[in-house]
Design a protein. Structure first.
Length: 811
């Protein structure tokens, strides 16, 4: 949990005192690292530049949500650009939503499991209300009029064709429950499992468990006119407790006979080191689309199945590599060449000691090279896995029968030694390494794990950027780019945004300074469901997300949020956004407008923004401090990556100097706390934000210090017009009143109430924007309430003027 301003302020003050030294030290380190050929700034990859809460996104940035009645668990999303539909699969329901606005009225199909199946499921020991339902796991576009859908059917997998109109406006959306078919080998039995599948032509390729107990896993081809084909059963060399993640159909040449299907999964490694327990490896598996199985052996089994380890690792400090082996999701980014898409994969670690997630990028070139490399071979149970050095039979296993590479027209014609070799050598010796030999994005020691990824290729003024949208298990989406400096080895990861796309169930965090005033703050507590599905529409510039609780839609960019000055727009380094002379707006590469300023690579406003970069309006405020009491000078930069520097001057014509921090004057994340205000503190305080070598003024605050007695006589008038001293502070009395309000049960509501009250006050400058997000855990709130009781007792006993020097005790 990130602290609000008071907690840990001592150490924060210390940290700030030495921050200058640290800054220059970091620069030096970065320089050294870049010379050594590998840099990534840990700070940059854990602190987002901008963090937006669910309520802000919803109120101001076009976040839309949808929930189906009596449903949940939106694991399956299918994007249909032509019809303009988002098809959604959840518990017992299918829905068709508008891609333009998913909140609009939906078309729904209720598709429950029959009662007898639910009873059987219950007899098998499963929970009738939680598990014995039909969870939709598969949705594909089948033909111009139909979708193909499969669900768990209360541990009785079932599939059906769903009739959809040709266009969004067509009212058809129906499923004939009488015409359902067996979904074994297509959908998982267990709602907690996922199935990976792809529909190619009329055939479905799926990776799934084919039994109730979830022990027999297979890569399976079904539907269509050809006989079904699967992997060898009960052979741990082929598949070993796999968890399938994704499947893609990727052409290999102009000849469709060379087309391959690639499966991404993780499994228990057979070749893992003995004595170290089970280790999980990420895998990529391949099969040929025209595989018909063997003639005498491997009948109706794959003869072209091969798999390789997918590596995503970073060098550790002790010289050994840290591997990210828990593959979570893969996104295929199409390029101009259909045969060579890019594959972005997200991983987490399986280690309980080291927590982290990473994104690695793979090219088809590297994948194909691994499958053309040596086979892994094990002579017998007591032998090690080695690289197979003897003669490999012809045609080489893994090659598709085609005119391109050979003379065989069907796998049924393959010689017996080829089939035997294929059966015994499904594993390649060399792994597939990521492009650049390292992750493109990495986070360690954070309280979340990556779960999903979608990527958008964006044209900016200085080149292409692949913008990564990474879903997490705490209901957030991270928007990330990596900027390559001179080479792949030297790159900078930018965490542009951290977006809370699903509601959290937590509350605000309220902090009371003495018995005088309270402040709504935020922390990092998340309590929201994991992102379980994600689709992106580049055409509509929207992201669609599913979780257990809800479906969300979010625009890919919000350029206006970066500010009202060229420098702010430029510092954002968002490839979607550029300064057009008056505002920060969507960058369109082909428009011939003179005033398009963007610098994603360097983010240097000094070069780009010729107009006075300091022109951006500086907020001015006046604050009263009561002598002997504490006061808080709040200043939160928009960018969480900016460094804040405070300067002070006695009067507007005296020189500015940096604010001296000590025991009494403490710098926090949200501003400066003066613990016991003295008369000499009177003066002008300037808050400046420095980012990427560029400094801008954010706030000019004039502090006036008044005597304690004077304050008491003034307090009446403040209560009538309490806004001036600190526009979104809440007087302690008001706080008590609000807390006792029967309708406000959470601090979140309380803060909302407070802000809306302040903003409705007449004849006032607009208040500062509220803190970016407000939440805290329930227990925290209870704790606060206890304190409140204690304090309110004290409030009655202790006269108001006596509050000053005790401040330290409160913290
Ligand atoms: C989206 O649809 C909802 C429900 O019909 C509506 O309230 C909302 O205004 C729509 N939003 C936009 C941007 O059209
Ligand atoms: C699509 O497939 C369904 C199910 O096989 C079939 O009934 C329908 O006629 C097909 N539609 C077209 C346009 O081929
Ligand atoms: C409190 O909530 C109740 C029911 O939700 C409502 O009728 C009442 O008007 C609310 N009172 C205030 C003061 O908002």
């Amino acid at each position: 949990m990130k602290s609000s301003f008071a907690v840990g302020s001592e150490s924060s003050a210390l940290a700030q005192r030495s921050s200058k030294a640290i800054m220059s030290h970091t620069r030096l380190l970065l320089l050294l690292c870049s010379l050594a050929g590998s840099t990534w700034s840990k700070a940059a990859s854990t602190n987002p530049r901008l963090k937006l809460s669910f309520s802000e996104l919803k109120a101001r940035h076009g976040l839309r949500t949808h929930e189906l009645e009596h449903s949940c668990c939106y694991d399956t999303l299918l994007l249909d650009e032509e019809r303009g539909c988002l098809f959604v699969g959840g518990k017992n329901h299918l829905a068709s939503l508008s891609l333009d606005n998913i909140s609009k009225q939906d078309k729904k199909i209720y598709w429950p499991a029959p009662v007898e199946w639910r009873e059987e499921c219950n007899w098998a020991g499963k929970d009738i209300n939680a598990e014995c339902m039909n969870f939709i796991k598969i949705l594909h576009l089948y033909n111009r009029t139909h979708l193909y859908a499969c669900g768990t059917g209360a541990f009785h997998p079932t599939c059906a064709f769903v009739e959809v109109g040709q266009r969004m406006e067509d009212p058809v959306f129906k499923l004939d429950p009488a015409a359902t078919e067996d979904g074994k080998g297509k959908s998982p039995y267990d709602p907690r499992h996922v199935a990976a599948s792809v529909l190619v032509g009329e055939e479905l390729y799926s990776g799934v468990a084919t039994d109730l107990m979830g022990r027999d896993f297979t890569i399976f081809r079904s539907l269509g006119p050809r006989p079904s084909i699967r992997t060898e059963q009960h052979d741990s060399r082929w598949l070993n407790e796999p968890k399938f993640v994704d499947v893609f159909w990727i052409p290999e040449s102009e000849n469709p006979d060379d087309d391959k299907i690639y499966f991404f999964f993780r499994e228990t490694a057979v070749e893992g080191q003995q004595g170290l327990g089970k280790s999980s490896f990420a895998r990529i598996g391949q099969i040929c689309r025209n595989d018909m199985g063997g003639q005498r052996s491997l009948v109706n089994k794959w003869t072209t199945f091969l798999k390789a380890r997918l590596v995503c690792s970073v060098p550790g400090s002790d010289g050994s590599d840290t591997y990210f082996d828990e593959l979570r999701d893969v996104f295929l980014l199409q390029t101009k060449d259909k045969r060579n898409p890019l594959l972005y994969a997200v991983f987490s670690t399986s280690s309980s000691v080291f927590k982290g997630s990473a994104v690695c990028l793979y090219t088809m070139h590297d994948i194909r090279r691994a499958f053309l490399g040596p086979f892994a071979h094990k002579e017998g149970p007591n032998y090690q896995w080695v690289s197979y050095q003897s003669r490999v039979p012809y045609p080489r296993p893994g090659m598709c029968p085609s005119k391109t590479f050979g003379t065989f027209s069907s796998t049924k014609d393959f010689p017996d030694d080829v089939i035997q070799f294929a059966r015994n050598h499904p594993l390649m010796y060399n792994p597939v390494l990521p492009h650049g030999q390292r992750p493109v994005f990495l986070q360690t020691n954070v309280d979340h794990t990556f779960t999903r990824i979608a990527v958008d290729r964006v044209t900016a003024a200085d080149g292409h950027y692949d913008v990564l949208f990474i879903g997490t298990d705490v209901g957030t989406v991270l928007k990330v780019i990596s900027v390559h400096k001179e080479s792949w080895q030297n790159m900078e990861e930018l965490l542009l945004e951290d977006l809370q796309v699903f509601k959290y169930l937590s509350t605000g965090n309220l902090l009371c300074v003495l018995q005088q005033s309270c402040l709504c703050t935020r922390d990092h507590a998340h309590d929201s469901s994991p992102v379980t599905s994600m689709q992106i529409s580049s055409k509509r510039q929207q992201l669609y997300l599913g979780s257990r609780t809800s479906i969300s839609q979010l625009p890919l960019h919000r350029c206006g949020i970066y500010g009202k000055a060229c420098a702010e727009c430029c510092l954002a380094r968002d490839p979607y956004c550029a300064w057009d002379g008056t505002t920060c707006t969507r960058y369109m590469p082909n428009t011939k407008r003179r005033f398009r300023r963007q610098d994603v690579r360097n983010g240097d406003p000094n070069m780009l923004c010729s107009e006075d970069p300091h022109r951006s309006s500086v907020l001015e405020k006046k604050l009263y401090g009561v002598e002997g009491s504490s006061t808080f000078l709040e200043c939160v930069p928009k960018s969480l990556q900016a460094q804040v520097v405070w300067t002070y001057q006695k009067a507007s014509d005296t020189p500015k100097k940096e604010v001296q921090l000590d025991e009494r004057v403490v710098k926090t994340d949200r501003g400066i706390l003066i613990r016991s205000v003295l008369h000499k503190d009177t003066g002008l305080y300037h808050c400046h934000a420095t980012e990427h070598g560029f400094t801008q003024s954010l706030l000019r605050l004039s502090l006036e210090v008044i005597g304690a007695q004077q304050a008491d006589s003034l307090s009446y008038s403040w209560e009538e017009e309490p806004s001036e001293p600190a526009s979104h502070k809440l007087w302690y009395r008001d706080f008590l009143q609000l807390v006792d309000h029967p309708n406000l049960s959470t601090v979140d509501q309380l803060c909302q109430q407070l802000w809306s009250r302040k903003s409705h006050q007449p004849k006032k400058k607009p208040p500062l924007p509220p803190p970016l997000s407000v939440k805290a855990k329930n227990h925290k709130w209870k704790h606060l309430e206890e304190k409140r009781k204690a304090r309110s007792r004290r409030t009655h006993e202790v006269p108001r003027a006596e509050r000053g020097p005790r401040s330290a005790a409160v913290w």
